[in-house]
Design a protein around this ligand. Structure first.
Ligand code: AMP
Ligand code: MG
Length: 314
């Protein structure tokens, strides 16, 4: 018999589930995460099984603060400087401590670990109450749209997964991932913290990983973040039968049009991206035409998600 949860679950239930080796979805400022005790191999296995996630794709470990992060990863002076941007939408891939209490599955057998201190107050409170680092990828079936609300998590998993309610995610796209080796910094994934902000903080430019680069992010599959509908990029408008996802002006784009940001604001567009794609899917769209989005600032992360959503699927 498969368990069905009365979602959203209470804070106390979420803590109990996580302490007892179960998974529980929780809010962060980026997207909802599917959490489990990072030190418990059976619990982490449940994340991979629930998401049907390939085992070679490592998980980000969420910590309450720098103290918890230092128990699992080794910080160079540059990593320490970057970590002053925490709490926030930044993941650092760092050498894993040999005595780190996290299971091998979390980092897919690599000798590095992805660490983040999320800023969402409920995520903070949850990690502190559990008292352990939580492995948490996005709370969606592998390869599909990430969830930015409880409703989207519930629809994806039909209440077979417990979800803690924390409103709509304020950033709406995943964290930016940086690989740090000594003083060398490589952006492995664009995300909610812009490269411009990171470079300003560091006072220098950072490299961007290409596939096959020395430091790689194993999970960066070409097809990812896919809605049910197919995606057509850089569209100036919707053709007959197409839904439209616009940026700025969407007038005359037909009955199935959504606007990422009427004011042309990239932060608002990032916040709406997954939610609007979920809604167009729910409306039964077969093909979504998407307006061009500026490539600077948060546009880098938005365009990355759209390119992967549009990529040919297996
Ligand atoms: P998700 O949790 O779905 O946002 O995916 C997390 C992503 O973080 C993975 O797909 C990897 O690309 C990246 N990641 C996590 N840990 C590591 C690591 N140890 N080395 C390289 N990339 C990592
Ligand atoms: Mg994900």
């Amino acid at each position: 018999m498969t368990m069905k949860f009365q979602n959203p679950v209470s804070f106390a239930s979420a803590v109990n589930l996580l302490k007892s080796g179960e998974v529980c979805a929780f809010p962060t400022e980026t997207v909802y995460g599917l959490g489990a005790n990072a030190g418990d191999a059976q619990a982490v296995l449940k994340i991979f099984q629930t998401k049907e996630r390939p085992r070679f794709n490592p998980l980000i470990v969420h910590c309450a603060d720098m103290g918890m992060a230092e128990e699992i990863a080794i910080f160079s002076s540059t990593a320490r400087h970057l970590a002053t941007l925490w709490p926030g939408a930044l993941t650092l891939v760092l050498p894993k401590r040999s005595n780190a209490k996290i299971c091998g599955l979390v980092s897919a057998g690599l000798d590095t670990v992805g660490v983040r201190v999320p800023a969402h107050p409920l995520a903070q409170k949850l990690i502190r109450a559990v008292g352990l680092p939580l492995a948490a990828p996005s709370a969606n079936p592998s390869g599909r749209l990430s969830p930015t609300s409880v409703g989207q998590v519930r629809r994806a998993f039909a209440d077979k997964v417990a979800v803690l309610e924390g409103g709509e995610c304020s950033a709406g796209v995943e964290s930016t991932i940086l690989g740090v080796e000594g003083q060398r910094v490589v952006q492995l994934r664009s995300g909610a913290l812009t490269r411009e902000e990171i470079e300003m903080h560091l006072g220098r430019e950072i490299a961007i990983a290409r596939s096959g680069a020395p430091v790689s992010a194993p999970g960066m599959m070409a097809s990812h973040y896919a809605p049910n509908a197919k995606i057509r990029l850089n569209a100036t408008g919707a053709k007959a039968g197409e839904a439209f996802l616009g940026f700025g002006d969407v007038s005359g784009s037909g009955p199935m049009a959504k606007n990422l940001s009427p004011a042309g604001d990239l932060a608002e567009a990032a916040r709406n991206l997954f939610a609007h794609l979920h809604e167009l899917d729910a409306m039964g769209a077969n093909l979504i035409a998407v307006a061009p989005i500026p490539k600077t600032g948060l546009g880098e992360a938005i365009n990355d998600r759209l390119l992967r959503a549009a990529a040919p699927r297996k």
